[in-house]
Design a protein around this ligand. Structure first.
Ligand code: PLP
Length: 377
């Protein structure tokens, strides 16, 4: 057998795909599969985005373009962050690629990145791909444990990763905790990487603090955001990073070898999303809050669950329903086989005893899914 690199052998495929073969098999048997496993809103991409993308194609916006992202798009994005210009923004193929690139430019072999768990599936593998070492730190009731994070800092720590609103828990971190992260980063000369893929989807009129709102941390802060979740543009693959200019320039250097530019006409679609007024996002947020309530009432009748205040996930504690020796992965496989409802096991996010349920689905689909789960349990 020809040998592949040690680096790639240390990496697991994204775990959110692990049940696809079983789902396909159930579908072939004619079972009515419901997937609440994928982090994707069940609404259409907005009309103006689709129209602008088609128009860009008609106008032959189909060639290589600026490697950092279309200048007009970067200028429009920078306008949303006080004191920033296009030199602070790099457009990526989704915020997933932005995060991959960030760890490539921050980590030397053996460098550590602190990651609160549970966490999104790709962070750890991306850090490992960069030669770094993910250092997992527990949370308390899904909120940051600042003492534990402080204790995890070593001479090798390069960055602290913060994801709020959080995938998989839906937790939103209060300003005072982000200030704690900012202080810690300054004290130990660390970068802060803020994954804000869900920044607009915060419920209950809660004030969402971005790490960017804290001026003291800006010179060591890299924020990633995305068009995927807010505008139902997951397949466009457009996300971006905001960083100090020298860091952004390093990202563009990497980008220039990795991909060149992000799909040119998709960026025109993204520009149209920014030009829309906030009405659509506000309506979508209100609808997601209503779905959160509907799904939470159902789930809380079956499992203990902390009410999420952002993103579109519930992360209930299913440990009371585990059979002897079962992990959350076994549980999710059992639920899928018995009810044809797909959810993601907590162990995939570094926290067993839980499952992640995406509630950005049609109401009747949610109700049917919870009815089936209730029945088999
Ligand atoms: N970060 C978080 C926390 C996510 O949940 C996701 C998508 O599931 C991403 C980043 C990547 O999104 P995209 O690459 O579509 O911008």
């Amino acid at each position: 057998d020809l040998k592949l690199s040690t680096r790639i052998q240390r990496i697991e495929a994204s775990k959110t795909a692990r049940f696809i073969p079983l789902i396909e098999a159930l579908k072939r048997q004619g079972r009515p599969v419901i997937s609440l496993a994928i982090g994707e809103p069940a609404v259409d991409t907005p009309g103006p985005v689709v129209e602008a993308t088609k128009r860009a194609l008609d106008l032959q916006q189909t060639r290589y373009s600026d490697m950092a992202g279309l200048s007009a798009l970067r200028t429009a994005l920078a306008g949303r962050f006080a004191g920033c210009g296009p030199e602070n923004i790099v457009v990526f193929n989704g915020s997933k690629q932005a995060l991959y690139s960030i760890f490539q430019i921050l980590c030397d072999p053996g460098d550590q990145v602190i990651i609160p768990v549970p966490c999104w599936v790709s962070f750890a593998e991306q850090v490992k791909l960069a030669g770094g070492e993910p250092v997992f730190v527990g949370t308390r009731d899904h909120q940051l444990d600042l003492d534990a994070i402080a204790s995890a800092v070593t001479a090798k720590t390069r960055a602290i990763l913060v994801n709020s609103p959080n995938n998989p828990t839906g937790a939103v971190y209060p300003r005072r905790d982000l200030e704690g992260i900012s202080r810690l980063a300054q004290e130990h000369d660390l970068f802060v990487v803020a994954d804000e893929a869900y920044d607009f989807f915060v419920y209950d009129n809660l004030a969402n603090t971005s790490l960017f709102d804290l001026e003291a941390v800006r010179d060591r802060l890299i924020v990633t955001r995305s068009f995927s979740k807010h505008y139902a543009m997951t397949g466009f693959r457009v996300g971006y990073a905001l960083a100090p200019p020298a860091v952004a320039a390093a990202m563009v250097r990497l980008h220039s070898h990795l991909t060149g530019n992000v799909c040119t006409f998709a960026q025109h679609g993204a520009m149209a999303a920014l030009e829309m007024d906030d009405g659509l996002l506000i309506r979508r947020r209100a609808d997601l809050q209503r779905k959160r309530d509907l799904a939470f009432d159902q789930v809380a009748g079956i499992f203990p669950c902390i009410r999420p205040q952002g993103a579109f996930y519930l992360f209930p504690d299913i440990s009371g329903h585990l059979k002897k020796g079962e992990t959350s992965g076994d549980f999710a496989a059992r639920i899928l086989e018995e009810t044809a409802v797909a959810v993601v096991p907590g162990e995939d996010f570094g926290m067993d005893g839980h499952v992640r349920i995406c509630f950005a689905a049609p109401d009747d689909v949610l109700m049917e899914a919870f009815k089936r789960i209730r029945e088999v349990l």
